[in-house]
Design a protein around this ligand. Structure first.
Ligand code: GKR
Ligand code: MG
Length: 424
């Protein structure tokens, strides 16, 4: 049997910037612009595969290092592509963490770079086969993927700018108000609060206020390792019966294990288990009940499916992590979630905070009753709005930001701020 190869002819990388509101987290404040890189992989007959990945300069430099080596490879040769990325990176470990996603190691560095291309290759494979990407991942087991309302404490405006359309949220009332507007606009039935910003009592009060205002919604809180083991156990006692899982209350697999074995609430993570080498120690210490997967750093969509199988094997539930992102990432997440039978929770997404600067044709993607319909057209199911992409690239060139630095940005306004974890 013979099969025709479909070689990669060209890879184009376009760094972009889009507006990000002043969202607070355990290590600082979101800067006015979030960065991403748009990946385009072209083949001879004019088809283009799309991917979206981090825009920090270290990652962008690694993408530029790997891209030329991938040219000429068959678009179906994902194993060769990963081996090629590993070879080209040559054992150098990435230094950037793209937000609060834990310590990077070597396989994690390769996975982050490979994932950026893998999504675009799957988009091409789907277009060539005339099948949606979810079919390449084993087939969709759901036709809509539920997402959660991802709430943040936030300032009314970036200093020196006019207030944004989301308003201020610095206390329980502000958080409930934010939840109301997100739920009214998008229909979400799960709510996640990004914590680790105020002392834990204040954040417990916000969770209680959410419970009262939304008695039927499932709730979660994620302080990004801002609490000690003792504080985590105290909060877990106070929120028992209120939250479905507690995300990264404390740093490290050991600390998480000490909390997890003393509370009935499942602990979730996107910080202490972020690469395949972390799974064995986490299982051994019974540190986590839920893993928040993220194809951007778990090596793409196909390896994320393998991760889901590992989680199933060890009785770990699956949810999905997010960072500031646009629509190509959102559809990739949606195909993966659709084809992951053991994904049992509404996925995280920052999308409503960022979607006004969308670069896919047709503008912002729409949630229907809190869920995104799974695209059924070939590949990922989205194309680029070239003018919007050009504008987003111009913003990247002008914005002056090259590395995400939440701590440094907050320190400009509060020089005494340290971003130290755990803090309480
Ligand atoms: O955007 O501030 C943020 C989040 O804190 C993000 O960086 C985290 O990686 O959303 C993420 C999380 O669940 O920890
Ligand atoms: Mg998290």
């Amino acid at each position: 049997m013979s099969s025709a190869r479909t070689p990669i002819r060209e890879i184009v990388l376009t760094p972009i910037a889009f507006r990000d509101p002043p969202l607070l987290n355990a290590v600082g404040l979101h800067e006015p612009w979030a960065l991403r890189t748009i990946v385009e992989i072209r083949i001879d007959d004019g088809l283009i595969g799309l991917g979206e990945t981090y825009g920090d300069q270290g990652h962008l430099a690694r993408l530029h290092q790997a891209a030329p080596a991938l040219v000429g490879l068959d678009v179906f040769a994902l194993n060769d592509a990963r081996a090629c990325v590993a070879r080209v990176l040559g054992g150098a470990i990435g230094d950037d963490r793209h937000g609060l996603t834990g310590q990077i190691n070597l396989s994690g560095t390769v996975d982050r770079v490979f994932a950026s291309f893998e999504v675009a290759l799957l988009d091409l494979q789907g277009q060539l086969l005339r099948r949606p990407v979810s079919d390449l991942l084993g087939g969709a087991v759901r036709d809509r993927v539920p997402y959660s309302a991802y709430l943040f404490y936030k300032w009314a405006a970036h200093p020196g700018e006019a207030p944004d359309r989301f308003g201020e949220a610095l206390d329980p009332e502000g958080i409930v108000e934010q939840a109301r507007s997100f739920i009214a606009a998008h229909g979400f039935s799960a709510i996640k609060l990004k914590g680790g910003v105020f002392p834990p009592e204040q954040e417990v009060a916000a969770m209680r206020a959410l419970r009262e205002a939304f008695p039927k919604h499932v709730l979660r809180i994620d302080p990004n390792a801002a609490w000690t083991v003792e504080t985590s156990l105290r909060v877990a006692r106070e929120l028992d019966g209120v939250i479905e899982y507690l995300e990264d209350p404390t740093p490290g697999i050991d600390g998480m294990g000490q909390v997890a074995t003393r509370t009935p609430i499942p602990l979730a993570t996107n910080m202490c288990v972020v690469a395949y080498d972390h799974i064995a120690p986490a299982v051994e210490r019974k540190a986590i009940g839920v893993l928040l997967g993220d194809h951007h750093y778990w090596g793409g969509l196909t390896r994320s499916r393998q991760l889901a199988l590992l989680c199933e094997t060890f009785g770990i539930g699956m949810s999905m992590h997010s960072n500031s992102h646009l629509g190509i990432s959102l559809v990739a997440m949606t195909h993966l979630a659709a084809a992951t039978p053991n994904l049992g929770y509404a996925c995280d997404t920052h999308y409503p905070w960022n979607s006004a600067d969308e670069i896919v044709a047709g503008g912002a993607l729409k949630f229907v009753d809190g869920a995104l319909p799974v695209p059924t057209s070939p590949g990922l199911g989205v194309t680029l709005d070239r003018d919007a992409l050009a504008r987003a690239h111009e913003r990247y060139q002008r914005c002056g930001i090259r590395v995400r630095d939440d701590t440094g940005y907050l320190q400009r306004f509060r020089p005494e701020y340290s971003g130290k974890l755990p803090r309480w």
